[in-house]
Design a protein around this ligand. Structure first.
Ligand SMILES: [Zn+2]
Length: 79
């Protein structure tokens, strides 16, 4: 009976270890991907020229803007 307990404890230990490693491994990959993605997805505000991540920009008619105010200012000027 105590042998079975030891086996169960070992299995739990292995499970926790794998869980721990799995949690650590993808984190590194995601961080690396994120860094390269951020570098690739930097866009320039069509109004003031500031660089910002694509996800944070406002895109209108294939142009990127850093803020709603600049989008208004730019479209207001050109139209
Ligand atoms: Zn701007």
């Amino acid at each position: 009976m105590s042998r079975l307990l030891v086996v169960v404890v070992i299995f739990i230990a292995i499970y926790l270890l794998l869980k721990h490693y799995r949690r650590q491994m993808p984190k590194k990959d995601v961080m690396g991907e994120d860094a390269s993605k951020h570098r690739e997805n930097m866009v320039r505000c069509a109004h003031c020229g500031v660089h910002l991540p694509k996800g944070e920009s406002i895109m209108v008619e294939h142009k990127h803007y850093c803020s709603e105010a600049h989008r208004h200012a730019h479209t207001g000027e050109s139209e």
